[in-house]
Design a protein around this ligand. Structure first.
Ligand code: HEC
Ligand code: HEC
Ligand code: HEC
Ligand code: HEC
Ligand code: HEC
Ligand code: HEC
Ligand code: HEC
Ligand code: HEC
Length: 472
C-alpha cells in the first residue's frame, strides 16, 4: 500500500494562520552577544613558529624570523576547493592592510613548489608563500584542516596568538580586520566599508542569537530550495533567494560556495547592516520585504503579519536537541509556512461559487479533481476520514469524521483557493481569497498542490504537467 498518511502535514498548511507569535527579546538575551569574543579574542596558546619553511627559491628561513609585527598566517593546500574560494579574499586583505599586517601563505607539505606558485596567480593570492615541508607548522599549531588562519604578533617574551579561524570561511576577512583594529587601538567599527556585502556568517559571529534564530527561518534555506530543484543557476529565480544579486559585492550567479547564498541579514539590513558608513535605522528593514514578497511571490503579504514569523530571538534558550530537530524539520519541508495559510472562514462548497465563476466551474468539471470521491467509493472507502481528507474539502473547521467533509464535490474550488466564506459575503474581490493567476508556480502554487500530491501519494509529481490539467 502506498497510502502513508501525511494528512497532519497537509492540514498544517491548509489551516488558517495561528495567532501571530510575538517578537520579544527575552530576559538576558543581548543584541550581538558574541561581540566581546570577536573584538577581544580568547586566551589562545602562543603560536609555535620555531621551524624552517621553504620558499620558491629553495631557501629555508626560520618562520619566526619572518614575523616582525602583526602577521596573518594563511595555512592552505593548493588543491583544496575551499582554499581556492577564500584565496582572493585573503589576497584583498593583504592589499588593504599593507603596512598594518603582513600576510604570509604557508602551504601544506603535500604541495609541490610549482603548484604553490600556480595557486598564487590563479586565485589572486598575491603575497609571499612558503611550504611547511617538515609538517611541523600544521601539527604543532593544531591546524587539522585547510584553510586556517592564525593572527600572531611578536611580544617582549616571544609571540602571541591574537586570534585563530579554523576553518577560515568566506566573509571572515571582516573578523580579521575587526580583531586587528581592536588589538592595535584603532576604532574597530571603521573596518566596515560602505555598500559592501559581507555575508551572514560575519554578522553572525557577533550576532549569535539572531543568527541561530535566522537558522530556523525559511530564509536560511532559500538557496537550497532552488539548488534542490536544479534552479540555482536560473536568473529568473535567484534574485530573491540570495543576497545582493547584481550588486558589485553581492552574490554572483553560480557561486554556490558564497557567503551570500540565501536571504541573509544584509538582504534586509543592507550591505554591512547599520555598521557601514551611514547608520541605517533598523526600522528600515521592514521596507525590504516587498522587494521579494511581491504580489506574484507571496499571497496577501502584510509586513506586520509577517515580521513576527522572523523573530530574531526564537532560538534563545532552546535546548540543542530541540534546535536540531527544528532545523531538520525545516530542511525536510516539515516546518510550517504561515504566510501561505488560507484566510479565516468556512468552506462553502462548489455550488457557492458557480453563479459568479461559470468559466472556472466548467473547467473544473472537466478537470482531474471532480471525481476524487468516486475513487474512494469504488473501493468502499468513502467513510474513511483518513482518505477523505485529501479527496474532499472540509465542511467544518475541525473535521474528524468523513461526514465533516463536503463529499459531494470531490476536490472543490476551496481546496486550492481557501475558504470562500468572507469572499462570498463580500460578493467577490481579491482580498479574502487566494487568487493564483499570476503566482510564481514554484513559490506558491506548488506548496498548495503538494499538501495532497505528496511524494507518497504521487511519486511522479511534475508541476508543469500537472498545472495544465487544473483550469483549462
Ligand atoms: C563586531 C561585532 C559585530 C558585527 C561583526 C556585526 N554587528 Fe551588528 N551590532 C553589533 C553591536 C554590538 C550592536 C549593538 C550596538 C549598536 O547598535 O551599535 C549591533 C547592532 C546591530 C543592529 C541593530 C541596530 C539598532 O539600531 O538597533 C543591526 C540591525 C545589526 N547590528 C546588523 C548587523 C549586520 C547585518 C551585520 C553584518 C553585516 C552586523 N550587524 C555585524 C555588533 C556587530
Ligand atoms: C531577498 C528576498 C527576500 C526578502 C528581502 C524577504 N524575504 Fe521572506 N522569503 C524569501 C524567500 C525566497 C522565502 C522562501 C524561502 C524558502 O522556503 O526556500 C521567504 C520566506 C519567508 C517566510 C516563511 C514562508 C511562509 O510561507 O511562511 C516568512 C515568514 C518571510 N519570508 C518573512 C519576511 C519578512 C517579514 C521580510 C521583511 C522583513 C522578508 N521576508 C524579506 C525572500 C525574501
Ligand atoms: C527577512 C529580513 C531580515 C533578515 C534576513 C534579518 N533581519 Fe534583522 N531585523 C529585521 C526586522 C524587520 C527587524 C525589526 C525591525 C522593527 O522592529 O521594525 C530586525 C531587527 C534586528 C535587530 C534589532 C533586534 C531587536 O530586537 O532589538 C538586530 C540586531 C538584527 N535585526 C540583526 C540581524 C542579523 C544579525 C541578521 C542575520 C543573522 C538579521 N537581522 C536578519 C529583518 C531581518
Ligand atoms: C457574488 C459573486 C461571487 C461569488 C459567489 C464568488 N466569487 Fe470569486 N470573485 C468574484 C469577483 C467579483 C472577483 C474579483 C475579480 C477581480 O477583481 O479580478 C472574484 C475573484 C475570485 C478569485 C481570484 C482572486 C484574485 O486574487 O484574482 C478566486 C480564486 C475566486 N474568486 C474564487 C471563488 C470561489 C472559490 C468561490 C466560491 C467559494 C467564489 N469565488 C465565489 C465574485 C464571486
Ligand atoms: C495526502 C493526501 C491523500 C490521502 C491521505 C489519500 N489520497 Fe488518494 N490520492 C491523492 C492524490 C494526490 C491522488 C492523485 C495522484 C495520482 O493519481 O497519481 C490520489 C489518487 C487516488 C486514487 C486514484 C489513483 C490510483 O492510484 O488508482 C485512488 C484510488 C486513491 N487515491 C485512493 C485513496 C484511498 C483509498 C485513500 C485512503 C486509504 C487515499 N487515497 C488517501 C491524495 C491522497
Ligand atoms: C486543484 C486546485 C484548484 C481547484 C480545485 C480550483 N482552482 Fe481555480 N485556480 C487554480 C490555479 C493553479 C489557478 C491559476 C493558474 C491557472 O489558471 O491554471 C487558478 C485560477 C483561478 C481563477 C483566476 C484567478 C486569477 O487571478 O486570474 C479563478 C477565478 C478560479 N481559479 C476560481 C476557481 C473556482 C470557482 C473553482 C471551483 C469551481 C476553482 N477555481 C477550482 C487552482 C485550482
Ligand atoms: C520576486 C522574488 C522571487 C522570485 C523571482 C522567485 N521567488 Fe521563489 N519565493 C519567493 C518568496 C517571497 C517565497 C516565499 C513565499 C511564501 O511562502 O509566501 C518563495 C518561495 C519559493 C518556494 C517554496 C519553498 C517551499 O518551502 O516550498 C520555491 C520552491 C521557490 N520559491 C522556487 C522559485 C523558483 C523555481 C523561482 C524561479 C522560477 C523563484 N522561486 C523565483 C520569492 C521569489
Ligand atoms: C485537497 C487535495 C488536493 C489538492 C490541494 C490538489 N489535488 Fe490534485 N488531486 C487530488 C486527488 C485526490 C486526485 C485524484 C483524483 C482522481 O483520481 O479522481 C488528484 C488528481 C490530480 C491530477 C490528475 C492525476 C495526476 O496525478 O496526473 C492532476 C493533474 C492534479 N491533481 C493536479 C493538481 C494541481 C496542479 C494542484 C495544485 C494547483 C492540485 N492537484 C491540488 C487531490 C488534490
Amino acid at each position: 500500500m502506498r497510502r502513508l498518511l501525511l494528512v497532519a502535514a497537509a492540514l498544517m498548511l491548509l489551516a488558517p494562520a495561528p495567532p501571530s507569535p510575538a517578537w520579544t527579546r527575552p530576559e538576558g538575551a543581548q543584541v550581538a552577544a558574541g561581540t566581546t569574543r570577536v573584538l577581544e579574542g580568547e586566551a589562545f596558546p602562543a603560536p609555535s613558529l620555531d621551524m624552517t619553511v621553504l620558499d620558491a627559491d629553495m631557501n629555508a628561513p626560520e618562520l619566526k624570523t619572518l614575523i616582525q609585527g602583526p602577521t596573518l598566517l594563511f595555512y592552505f593546500s593548493a588543491s583544496c576547493p575551499h582554499c581556492q574560494v577564500v584565496a582572493p579574499e585573503v589576497g584583498e586583505l593583504a592589499k588593504k592592510l599593507a603596512g598594518q599586517v603582513t600576510v604570509l601563505g604557508v602551504a601544506s607539505s603535500r604541495n609541490g613548489l610549482s603548484e604553490i606558485e600556480a595557486f598564487k596567480t590563479d586565485f589572486g593570492a598575491d603575497f609571499p608563500m612558503y611550504k611547511d615541508f617538515a609538517r611541523r607548522f600544521a601539527s604543532e599549531n593544531q591546524l587539522s584542516s585547510t584553510p586556517s588562519v592564525l593572527l600572531v604578533r611578536p611580544t617582549a617574551e616571544g609571540f602571541e596568538t591574537l586570534d585563530a579561524w579554523r576553518p577560515f570561511s568566506p566573509g571572515t576577512g571582516l573578523l580579521v580586520e575587526l580583531r586587528l583594529r581592536a588589538a592595535t587601538g584603532q576604532d574597530p567599527w571603521g573596518a566596515f566599508e560602505a555598500d559592501r556585502y559581507y555575508g551572514g556568517g560575519a554578522c553572525g559571529s557577533c550576532h549569535v542569537q539572531e543568527n541561530a534564530s535566522w537558522g530556523l527561518s525559511h530564509h536560511s534555506i532559500a538557496y537550497w530550495t532552488l539548488y534542490d530543484r536544479e534552479k540555482a543557476e536560473d536568473p529568473a529565480c535567484v534574485r530573491c533567494h540570495v543576497t545582493g544579486l547584481g550588486e558589485p559585492t553581492g552574490f554572483v550567479l553560480g557561486d554556490h560556495g558564497s557567503a551570500k547564498t540565501d536571504v541573509t541579514c544584509e538582504a534586509c539590513h543592507g550591505p554591512g547592516g547599520p555598521h557601514a558608513g551611514s547608520r541605517t535605522p533598523v526600522s528600515e528593514a521592514r521596507g525590504a520585504c516587498v522587494s521579494c514578497h511581491d504580489a506574484d511571490h507571496s499571497i496577501r503579504f502584510e509586513v506586520d503579519r509577517a515580521v513576527p514569523h522572523i523573530d530574531h530571538w526564537a532560538a534563545v534558550g532552546m535546548e540543542p536537541a530541540t534546535f536540531r530537530s527544528a532545523r531538520e524539520d525545516l530542511l525536510q519541508g516539515r516546518a510550517g509556512r504561515p504566510l501561505l495559510a488560507f484566510p479565516e472562514g468556512q468552506n462553502l462548497g462548489v455550488k457557492a461559487c458557480v453563479s459568479c465563476h461559470k468559466k472556472e466551474h466548467r473547467a473544473w468539471k472537466k478537470g482531474p479533481h471532480v471525481g476524487a470521491m468516486k475513487r474512494l467509493k469504488e473501493r468502499n472507502l468513502q467513510e474513511d476520514a483518513s482518505c477523505v481528507a485529501c479527496h474532499a474539502v472540509a465542511g467544518t473547521k475541525t473535521p474528524a469524521t468523513a461526514g465533516d467533509y463536503l463529499v459531494g464535490d470531490g476536490v472543490g474550488c476551496e481546496a486550492c483557493h481557501g475558504p470562500g466564506e468572507q469572499h462570498v459575503a463580500a460578493e467577490g474581490g481579491t482580498e479574502n481569497v487566494v487568487g493564483l493567476g499570476d503566482s510564481c508556480p514554484e513559490c506558491i502554487i506548488e506548496a498548495i498542490c503538494t499538501t495532497c500530491h505528496t511524494p507518497e501519494q504521487d511519486p511522479d509529481w511534475n508541476l508543469e504537467a500537472a498545472l495544465k490539467g487544473v483550469h483549462k
